[in-house]
Structure formats: structure tokens, C-alpha cells
Design a protein around this ligand. Structure first.
Ligand SMILES: Cc1ncc(COP(=O)(O)O)c(C=O)c1O
Length: 502
């Protein structure tokens, strides 16, 4: 906080499209979509109009014991999106693989929706439902949960319990309950990857035997001290955001989902960041095969569906309202719903609720956002932006401080390192990621680093030229910050060990 207090803050007063304007009249590109929430840009006339229309009727009435129209319509829309025919997971044998996947994984229907307010609450709901379902339906005495190394699922106590980022979560260990962690498929820093660093995304040149998947299998196969099986595994599908934009290799999710299901556990997909088209489009060869068997590839809005995986719980937030209002949803199956169904005196209900659950303004914004998301012009804009971002990112490989560039659709993480040949990280005191982002802000581009990973996650309305400007600002800022010897480099006593910053 001292560092933050030393500077005058940037005070945002307005926004339009991908641009934010501050109190001094300066304009910035919103390169992280206002912490990964905004989809269609700021001040979008259609979302504004939907909120205004709803405001003329009512802003909010309680959902405890009452229903309301926009929330009910939204629940219907989310169920539709969540139960699209799933794409094939194996592109080599499309038709047969599709049929198999439909029976093995894709036959779950997420038909029940529980509204809340934020990503963390969406995850709390999933966690509590999974816990109680495991006790009631599977007879587990103390259901256990497995999540990934580097996992981040929010800042409420249950969500923190699922988290495994020491810097964020360590302080609360006395408050939280124990969950287990298994290695994340972080190819760039994977101890099993035998490949030397190259100037490419580590997922492309990795040399391994899927040991990360083996680790998940081991966890499920190894009985706990009390022979207590896992109730559920929690994942962020395709890419872990706060862990440092850790992009998973293609096929990891499908393999892990098979293991989870094979052991009778449930799968909780945290799509708080990855949902609503953020993870983009698939390689055209796969997309072509999918459309040949009747799957509208472009209609896929959930990261899990890219690998043909249907979770038992789906947590959505951030982009749900297009990033305009706080609202979240947890989707699950009829089977889970039924475990909480009973007469008044049985007290089987799910005792969980928030004052603003099912808020009408949020639901109206979400309905407008979903309509935009499914329009042909939004699809075209997202495809163009994904390509433009990919092309621009390639220019970063010439910089020696760039160790890995990971792009999944409209999410990109650029990992800065002291030495790309050894993957050696910067010393934490160098504040490499923060200084680069400060330099980017001076160039009119706003984003936040995760340690030394610079995140680019533009709103979908960002033009190709604006995407190129974001990357150019990053490139020039890296050049500025590391021109000559680094300030800290000179101050570090000789021989002092370097510490990982992530
Ligand atoms: C994957 C994931 N889950 C949950 C959360 C928590 O969401 P919120 O900040 O809305 O509580 C975040 C926030 O960054 C997230 O990235």
C-alpha cells in the first residue's frame, strides 16, 4: 500500500467502448476489461437501455420467497447456453468420439440456477451444494475437495479454502478448512517438461508424458487416512487466471474430467473468468469437423465445452452482466436440486441466500449482454480481435525479458523473466510486473500484473488497431523498464539468491 499511496491515483470518471477517461481528461485503453468483467465495452447503448428500461419498472425486490421476470428469463437463457450440444473432444475421430463423449460426460444437464452477487459467492454456493450433496446422496461423512496448485476462486472464506496461492491465502489458514492441491498443468514451469526454453508458448514445444494428469489420477487413487473419497474437484477450465494466466495444454481438462467421473466425484467448473466467450474460438480444422456433424462451433460460450466437458456445477459471474453490475449464478443438475427437496418440516432446503439475489437490474443487463454476445457482429468482432491479438503478441518474442506468451482466445498472459534461457524469474524487489504496468499506464494502457505476468484481456469491442496499441505499449514499456541495467540489479548484494516472484 505504501507504493500505491505514494502516487496520485488514476480516478476514472467515464468510459466508452474500450476507452476509459480519468478526472484529468486523460484517455486509457482498458486492457484488462476492468478486472476481467467487461465484455462489449463501456457505455454500450443496448446494455444501458436495458438497465434504464428495467429501472423504470423496479430496481430490486427480494428473491427470498418471490420470483421476478428478468431473473427467471435469465435463468432460462443460462440453462440454454449451458446445455448446448457439446463439441467433440477428439478431433481425429469426430463422429465416434462425439457419441462417446455425449454418453461419458456430456449427458449431464445443468437445469437449475442459483443467483448470487460475485464470483466468490457463486463458488461458495457450488462448494456448499457439493458438500451437502456428497453427505446426503453419497453418504460421505467429511467430504473432501481437490483443487489446483495456484488456484484462486475468490476472497470469501470458503473460496479461500479452495485457493492455493500462498501470498493471497496463507494468512487465513487458521480460518479456513483444509482442501488438497494437485499440480496445475503449468507447462512453462513444469518440472516434468524436459524441453529447453524456446521462443514460443511452452505448451507447443513441451516434452512430457502428461505427468500432470498422472498426478490427478494418483490423488484419486490414493485413499485418504480415513478412506474418505473426494466429493469434488474444482477447476478453472482451460486457463487459470489469478494463478498467472496459466493456459492448460489441450486435452488436459477432458482427461481430468474422465478421472474425476471415474472415481464418482463431481466436477466444479469455475468459469467466473473464462465464461461468455472469453476463451475464444477453436482451430478452424476442429471447428470445420464439428460443423460437419452439426455443432455450431461459434455458439460455444463456455470454456469447459471447448473440451466436450459438462461439469456438475458451473460458476458464472464477472462477464454475466457484460461487466455492468454485480451478479453471479451457479448452475447445477436436477439430481443435486432433488437432494435439497423436502417438505417444510424436513428442513432439507439449501439455507443460503443474499439480499440482492436475482436482482432485476443485473438480470436485465445480463439478458442484453447475452443477446449481444450471440449476435453475428459480436462473433465476427471476437474472431477478428483474437487473431489481431495473436499477431501482435508474436512481436514480443524478440524481447529477452519475455519468457512465455500464453494466449487462450481473448486472454493473454506475458510472463517476464530475468533470463529467458534459464526461465530465472526477477527478484521480487524489482517489482518488474508492476513497473511495466505503470509504464504502460503512462502510455495510455491500463492493466494489472499478476506477479510478473502481464495480463491482456481486452473488451470484445476492442479494434485490431487498439489491440496492436495495447501490445505496443507493453513492448515499449518492457524496453523502458529494462533499458540498461535494472535498478535493483545493481543494488542486490553479490551472490544473494534470487526468489521466485510468483
Ligand atoms: C476464476 C475466478 N473465480 C472467482 C473469482 C472471484 O470473483 P469476485 O471477485 O467477483 O468475487 C475470480 C476473481 O478474479 C476469478 O478469477
Amino acid at each position: 500500500m505504501r507504493v500505491w499511496l505514494r502516487r496520485e491515483p488514476i480516478v476514472i470518471v467515464s468510459g466508452r467502448g474500450a476507452l476509459l477517461r480519468d478526472a484529468r481528461g486523460r484517455e486509457y485503453l482498458d486492457a484488462n476489461s476492468s478486472i476481467w468483467t467487461n465484455l462489449h465495452g463501456h457505455n454500450h447503448p443496448k446494455v444501458n437501455a436495458a438497465i434504464t428500461r428495467q429501472l423504470r419498472k423496479i430496481a430490486h425486490s427480494s428473491a427470498l420467497g418471490l420470483a421476478n421476470e428478468p431473473a427467471s428469463l435469465l435463468a432460462g437463457k443460462l440453462v440454454e447456453i449451458a446445455n448446448r450440444r457439446l463439441p467433440i473432444a477428439d478431433s481425429r475421430q469426430p463422429r465416434a468420439a462425439f457419441r462417446n463423449r455425449q454418453s461419458a460426460i456430456g449427458n449431464r444437464q445443468l437445469t437449475k440456477v442459483f443467483f448470487s452477487d460475485d464470483g466468490a459467492t457463486a463458488m461458495e454456493v457450488a462448494l456448499k451444494l457439493a458438500y451437502e450433496f456428497a453427505r446426503r446422496a453419497r453418504g460421505l461423512k467429511r467430504p473432501r475437495f481437490l483443487s489446483l496448485g495456484g488456484a484462486y476462486h475468490g476472497d470469501t472464506v470458503g473460496a479461500v479454502s479452495l485457493g492455493h496461492i500462498p501470498r493471497f491465502h496463507q494468512a487465513w489458514r487458521g480460518l479456513t478448512f483444509r482442501t488438497e492441491a494437485v499440480m496445475a498443468p503449468y507447462c512453462y514451469r513444469c518440472p516434468f517438461n524436459r524441453a529447453k526454453p524456446e521462443r514460443a508458448d511452452a505448451r507447443e514445444y513441451r516434452r512430457c508424458q502428461w505427468e500432470c494428469v498422472g498426478k490427478v489420477e494418483d490423488r484419486f487413487a490414493r485413499p485418504s487416512k480415513r478412506n474418505n473419497p473426494f466429493a469434488a474437484m474444482v477447476v478453472e477450465p482451460l486457463v487459470q487466471g489469478a494463478a498467472g494466466i496459466i493456459a492448460h495444454p489441450q486435452g488436459w481438462l477432458r482427461r481430468v474430467a474422465d478421472i474425476v467421473r471415474g472415481h464418482g466425484a463431481q466436477l466444479i467448473a469455475d468459469e467466473v473468468m473464462t465464461g461468455f466467450g472469453r476463451t475464444g474460438f477453436r482451430p478452424s480444422a476442429i471447428a470445420d469437423e464439428e460443423s460437419a456433424i452439426g455443432i455450431r462451433h461459434s455458439a460455444i460460450l463456455l470454456a469447459s465445452h471447448h473440451e466436450g466437458v459438462q461439469p456438475d456445477f458451473l460458476a458464472l459471474a464477472k462477464g454475466l452482466t457484460g461487466g455492468y453490475l454485480p451478479m453471479a449464478a451457479t448452475l447445477t443438475t436436477q439430481e443435486v436440486f432433488d437432494a435439497f427437496l423436502g417438505e417444510h418440516e424436513e428442513f432439507k432446503t439449501f439455507f443460503h441466500g443474499h439480499s440482492f439475489t436475482g436482482n432485476q437490474l443485473g438480470a436485465a443487463a445480463a439478458l442484453a449482454s447475452l443477446q449481444l454476445l450471440q449476435s453475428p457482429s459480436s462473433l465476427r468482432a471476437r474472431m477478428t480481435l483474437e487473431t489481431a491479438l495473436g499477431v501482435a503478441l508474436k512481436s514480443l518474442w524478440t524481447l529477452p525479458q519475455v519468457g512465455d506468451v500464453r494466449q487462450v482466445g481473448l486472454v493473454a498472459g506475458v510472463e517476464l523473466v530475468h533470463d529467458w534461457r534459464t526461465r530465472a524469474p526477477f527478484d521480487v524487489r524489482e517489482r518488474a510486473g508492476q513497473r511495466v504496468c505503470e509504464a504502460m499506464a503512462r502510455r495510455g494502457v491500463l492493466t494489472r500484473p499478476i506477479g510478473d505476468v502481464i495480463v491482456l484481456m481486452p473488451p470484445y469491442c476492442t479494434t485490431a488497431a487498439q489491440a496492436a496499441r495495447m501490445v505496443a505499449a507493453l513492448r515499449d514499456s518492457i524496453g523502458e523498464v529494462f533499458s540498461g541495467n535494472c535498478r535493483w540489479e545493481r543494488r542486490l548484494p553479490a551472490g544473494e539468491p534470487r526468489r521466485r516472484t510468483d
